[in-house]
Ligand binder design. Structure first.
Ligand code: DGJ
Length: 729
């Protein structure tokens, strides 16, 4: 006790000593400043978040107390950087703790800060501590100057005698001051991911969250836009884009207070998660990533996309393979011969890889449908007598790489795994179990289960070092929330489960650092920047109808680069031309999931040619800058262009969805080109016998012309699409 008291006294003295001088902490990108300041009582406040301040000394003029009264007294109301529960701020706190003695208040005082270079940016680390309890909080901010992105997270730790309980643990807390705020958040469901909803935020709280545990983003996406002084627009206006890196229950709270200030509080959802934190351990929150832009959402998206490629996405600067997948084509019905044939089909088409989907595993309860087999990861002998090695060999003979589907976090009750380890599944002891897609979620808070899940990948890789790719699926939310491992710490389950997943993924990455993996979750229910540290791409949706896909891709492109977004040509909406389907997928990380043999010869030839085009244009599409030009949400068309980093090439994609009779057709004005350069325009991805658009094909225009006058590429014909390449001459 004596030691604890001495420690407390020492840190309090440090706090008061530090509070004597005016302490200003700047988190700075090339465009943005987040300025924090210690008030006379030693507490830390946000005093500014906005355009970068040109003059260093101006930061010291900022008032820490936005509510300063006329009596001159030191009020502690203001925008506290990481407001804690029980204090003078009566709005939603960033952190809330029940101490070991039952006290629910925490006051955090500034202790010290430091800044250090990290890859791509500068990290600011601020130490805060309570003056009465041995509780410390560390705030982390990494500023990426060039991309104008900041990511923020926090750590909470303590040395109280007994565990404390956390009931709020936000990643950060940000304050904005504007005349009005408009939130765009995205709701979702299977096959209709990424649907935007726009609303004005007014006094009170708006909460966007998920409670699904795993498959967590099935109903609500972990990203949002904020428009200041008006709804967020594509090319004008002040906006913020934010997203949280957490593959589980997240929560965004938008709280407009009595003064009209908006607090943005992103974090793990505290729902059913009264978290027990043992003395000497640290609770680390997820990273919240945000960017500000004065030129609308388009620029903000380019900030996030560039940042992701350079600093966050697994192998963001690397290449991506094209592939042929078999799920939409064969479902569960295949065998060794039919797969060997599909591998040859993949080679003939010209893709890099064949990807085997669900249905290849389990013997006692073979995976002939989704009711059995999950958990038993050996190849089904009847279907695949030579096992996975036989498939790897067949792929080698065909001359393509081989990738394989797994869903290792799940178990069907009809499986040997469940028979052996029923306690590894998340199930309630005294209630009837309910199932989602006939399966249960394995309890990743249990280290033994983590070993098992790691072993699924490691086992396959050890037996088959030539496996070149994994598609990692997750088709169920957590049902029957109860861990047989955590005993009386059930409040930790939702959180420790996700951390268990990250343990597994980081072990996989240590052993297989360059193995590409696709993140999939019953379509697109997992898409966050923590998972994407481990995954090279994600599956946006099982909905591959090209019309629908245009909307889904439009939404997701706001937050993710094209390279991270897998898009496959399938037979969903076979009424759409193969060209339209191919063009839609060519804007992302391209694949196919279609029966190539049953397709008309001209369609097949078209795909081969368009695939060759894609392979050539990958550096522009996947590594260039993206400009969304015409929104499918606002018009009956869609257009966007990519520009190579050196501005030497651009690709324009334009689509006519369901145009109205005689509707006006605006020119499509490109963006991001070199205004003073000349570009030769060529239409590609034409079907055999199809004429290019004579108005533009083969002509040369200045970048200025293409950006100011634009091209007449939209038409009144439903389901048409055009792809143009602009090459600097
Ligand atoms: C859901 C995925 O989104 C699909 O692509 C497919 O892999 C199925 N699961 C397989 O069960």
């Amino acid at each position: 006790m004596k030691n604890v008291l001495c420690g407390l006294l020492a840190s309090f003295l440090l706090v008061t000593a530090n509070a004597q001088e005016k302490k200003t902490v700047r988190v700075t990108t090339d465009q943005t400043d987040l300025v924090l300041q210690v008030n006379p009582k030693g507490r830390l406040y946000q005093v500014y978040l906005g355009d970068r301040l040109l003059h260093e000394q101006d930061a010291d003029l900022l008032p820490w107390n936005q509510y300063a009264g006329s009596d001159g007294s030191i009020s502690t109301r203001g925008y506290e950087a990481y407001a804690a529960s029980g204090g003078e701020d009566y709005f939603e706190p960033a952190v809330a703790i029940t101490h070991a003695d039952g006290n629910q208040t925490t006051y955090l005082y500034y202790k010290s800060h430091r800044q250090q270079a990290v890859p791509g940016g500068t990290e600011t680390i601020i130490e805060l501590a309570d003056d009465k309890y041995p509780v410390e909080v560390t705030l982390h901010y990494v500023a990426y100057p060039q991309e104008n992105v900041i990511k923020a997270w926090s750590e909470i730790r303590h040395s109280e005698k007994k565990p404390i309980h956390l009931w709020r643990y936000s990643s950060t807390m940000l304050y904005f001051n504007a005349a009005s705020y408009y939130l765009t958040n995205y709701h979702s469901d299977w096959a209709c991911e990424g649907k935007p909803v726009v609303q004005q935020l007014q006094f009170g709280k708006k909460v966007v969250d998920t409670k699904l545990g795993s498959r967590a983003a099935m109903q609500s996406e972990p990203f949002f836009e904020l428009g200041f002084d008006g709804p967020a627009r594509e090319n004008e206006g002040r906006v913020m884009l934010g997203t949280i890196g957490w593959t589980g229950n997240f929560r965004f709270t938008f709280d407009v207070d009595n003064t009209g200030a908006l607090r943005v509080i992103p974090g793990i959802n505290p729902y059913a998660s009264y978290y027990e934190l043992k003395p000497g351990t640290t609770f680390t929150t997820p990273e919240f990533v945000f960017t500000l832009s004065n030129e609308g959402v388009g620029q903000a998206s380019r900030n996030l996309q560039a940042w992701a490629l350079r600093h966050q996405l697994k192998d963001g600067m690397g290449d991506r393979m094209t592939l042929l997948n078999n799920w939409e084509n064969t479902g569960f019905y295949f065998n060794q011969q039919s797969l060997a044939q599909l591998m040859k089909d993949a080679r003939d088409l010209g893709v890099d890889m064949f990807l085997l989907d669900d249905g290849w595993f389990a013997n006692k309860y073979p995976r002939a449908n989704d009711r059995a087999g999950l958990g038993d990861w050996e190849a089904t002998k009847d279907k695949l007598p030579e096992g996975v090695p036989g498939l790897v060999k067949a792929a080698k003979e065909a001359g393509v790489k081989f990738g394989i589907w797994v869903e290792p976090e799940m178990v069907n009750p009809k499986s040997e795994l469940f028979e052996k380890h029923p306690d590894w599944a998340i199930t309630l002891p005294q209630r009837e179990t309910y199932y989602y897609r006939n399966q249960l979620v394995l309890d990743l808070s249990n280290p033994k289960v983590q070993d098992y899940v790691y072993g699924v990948i490691d086992g396959l890789m050890t037996e088959n070092p030539d496996i070149a790719y994994f598609k990692w699926d997750c088709n169920s939310p957590i049902t029957n929330i109860h861990s047989h491992y955590l005993e009386d710490r059930q409040g930790n389950l939702y959180i420790d489960h996700v951390r268990g997943l990250y343990n597994v993924l980081s072990r996989i990455r240590q052993k297989y650092p360059s193995l590409p993996m696709m993140l999939c979750s019953g379509g697109g229910a997992r898409l966050d920047y923590e998972a994407l540290k481990y995954f090279t791409e994600f599956w946006c949706s099982d909905n591959t109808d090209p019309y629908e896909r245009l909307y889904i891709q439009w939404s997701m492109s706001k937050f993710f680069p094209a390279k991270a977004m897998a898009s496959h040509v399938t037979n969903w909406n076979g009424r759409a031309s193969i060209k339209f389907r191919m063009d839609v997928c060519s804007m992302c990380k391209l694949g196919f999931d279609i029966n190539l043999k049953s397709m008309p010869e001209n369609d097949y030839k078209f795909l081969q040619q368009a695939l060759r085009n894609y392979h050539q244009l990958k550096p522009v599409i996947l590594d260039g800058c993206q400009y969304r030009l015409i929104s499918p949400y606002e018009t009956n068309h869609m257009a966007l262009n990519y520009v190579a980093q050196d501005l030497s090439k651009a690709v324009l994609f334009a689509y006519d969805l369901h145009p109205r009779y005689k509707e006006p057709l605006p020119h499509v004005r490109l963006q991001g080109l070199d205004a003073n350069a000349q570009y030769r325009v060529e239409e590609i991805n034409l079907r055999p016998g199809e004429e290019s658009r004579p108005a533009h094909h083969g002509k040369t225009y200045s970048g200025d012309y293409l950006m100011k006058v634009g091209l007449q590429v939209l038409s009144a014909n439903e389901g048409q699409s055009h792809v143009f390449v602009m090459s600097r001459v």
